[in-house]
Design a protein around this ligand. Sequence first.
Ligand code: SF4
Length: 62
Amino acid sequence: MKVTVDTAVCADHGQCIFSAPQVFEFAEDGKLVWEPSPDESLRASVEEAADVCPVQAIRIAD
Ligand code: SF4
């Protein structure tokens, strides 16, 4: 599974972090960082994160 975030539209709301804290987190500068190749076992939580993102910035491939 490949995860990308369109940082041009991501507004660092953080909803994705609540859904998938193993994949998304805020860096010390307050910007979102993420694991680009999370384990397949995390797919459901990553899909939930993509669903709750208010700007639909999260894309899942594979
Ligand atoms: S929920 Fe969407 S806009 Fe908010 S931090 Fe996550 S990817 Fe960015």
